[in-house]
Design a protein around this ligand. Structure first.
Ligand SMILES: N[C@@H](Cc1ccc(O)cc1)C(=O)O
Ligand SMILES: NC(=[NH2+])NCCC[C@H](N)C(=O)O
Length: 381
């Protein structure tokens, strides 16, 4: 149920995914009019884009793949609906700065068209009173957090701690393909045509996205699918001493928020029973809501718009955002899930979100919850 935010907003405090939400950063999509499909992009989204790589005239190599303006406008409309719904629930909504124009970036080793700050979940983890910036896999995202700095400085002035994992050079040799090798997948369609430079002696780097974590009070689940992630897990354990980090062994290639969403202590939403085995023992006895089958008619038909690549899976809508332990914001285009959640006693706030597969994000991806009421509780014993 909507509750008024406390009179003086507290400083950064966010330890979990489900206690009462008071403040959130919501991403924005202005200038999201192309995907730069370099090797780092093609590898990151490989599970989803492999079937279409090569089908398009140029997609076998690096290119700037345009996204029709109508889709960007419709996405912005849906995000505005999300902002209104959150405000209506008594949540204070903060926004990143706007890029203002298309931005081409260049490092000493590669260049890219910058990605706007839409999926703000991905490049940062809030761990209690600490902002942790994470080292991106996709080159186009390396400066994305600059647009969140005005908000981060506000929290910093109010006493938050602020850390960044080492910035990766993202050279030709930086990224580990072990996840795919383990599954006997040939990723040459992603790596052929690689144009980035090399730094002699560097090799695999710390590369990791905030969305590979799920926070549960004093415990944090961390998906580790390759050596890039392994280095990041070590960094987290070395630098954040008062939380327990649990390694999930390759539960997914990278992000896990369209696989698993803890809804409240003892209850989670899970993509399917096949994922239970990746979770810590204590969570395997939680009550589970499995993602119901969804219908193709819930997804827009893009056939009249020319070639568009869905970078996200059909499971994107698992990616809901909790307002509190009984209230969740869910895509209105996943009525099957709404029905199941209402059947379990949840109040569902439906918000329309059409192009989740094209921009690769649901409501959890678009948001970074900076203030929730919960603390470092032990939910796992
Ligand atoms: N297979 C990944 C790829 C992906 C990542 C981020 C996105 O925004 C979209 C797609 C999905 O889990 O998690
Ligand atoms: N935080 C995020 N951007 N999450 C997106 C995860 C998407 C996931 N790969 C899927 O395709 O379903």
């Amino acid at each position: 149920m909507p509750q008024p935010a406390p009179a003086s907003p507290p400083a950064l405090n966010s330890f979990d995914e489900f206690t009462r939400l008071d403040q959130v950063i919501l991403g924005r999509a202005e200038h999201y009019n192309a995907h730069h499909t370099d090797t780092s992009w093609r590898l990151f989204f490989y599970d989803n884009v492999a079937p279409v790589l090569g089908r398009h005239a140029n997609a076998s190599g690096e290119e700037l793949l345009p996204i029709p303006g109508q889709l960007v406008d419709e996405l912005n409309e849906d995000i505005a609906g999300l902002a209104d719904a959150l405000t209506g629930c008594g949540v204070k909504v903060l926004r990143p700065a706007t890029p203002g124009k298309d931005i081409d970036i260049r490092s000493p080793h590669w260049d890219a068209r910058a990605t706007p700050p839409l999926n703000v979940r991905d490049q940062t983890i809030i761990l209690g009173n600490t902002i942790v910036e994470t080292p991106p896999h996709v080159r186009a995202r390396i400066f994305e957090n600059d647009l969140l700095k005005p908000v981060f400085y506000r929290y910093y002035r109010d006493g938050a701690n602020w850390l960044s994992m080492p910035r990766p050079a993202l050279t030709r040799d930086s990224l580990d393909t072990a996840y795919f090798t383990r599954k006997n997948l040939d990723v040459s369609r992603a790596t052929d045509g690689e144009s980035a430079g090399v730094i002699e002696g560097l090799g695999l780097e710390m590369v990791f996205d905030g969305a590979q974590c799920m926070r549960l009070g004093r415990d944090v689940l961390v998906n580790v699918a390759n050596h890039n992630h392994e280095l990041a897990l070590r960094w987290l354990r070395d630098n954040i001493r008062d939380l327990r980090f649990h390694r999930l062994d390759a539960m997914a290639d990278n992000h896990i928020d369209s696989v698993l969403v803890p809804l409240r202590p003892g209850l989670m939403l899970l993509r399917s029973p096949a994922y239970l085995k990746y979770l810590p023992k204590a969570m395997q006895s939680w009550d589970v809501i499995y993602a119901p089958e969804t219908d193709d008619s819930n997804f827009p038909d893009y056939s009249d718009l020319g070639f568009v690549i869905p970078i996200g899976s059909r499971y994107m809508d698992i990616n809901l955002l909790s307002i509190d332990e009984n209230t969740v914001v869910v895509n209105s285009l996943y009525p099957e899930l709404i029905q199941v959640l209402e059947g379990r006693g949840f109040t569902v706030v439906p918000v329309r979100h059409r192009h989740r597969r094209l921009f690769g994000g649901g409501f959890h991806c678009f948001t970074l919850d900076t203030v929730r009421r919960g603390g470092p509780e032990d939910y796992l014993s």
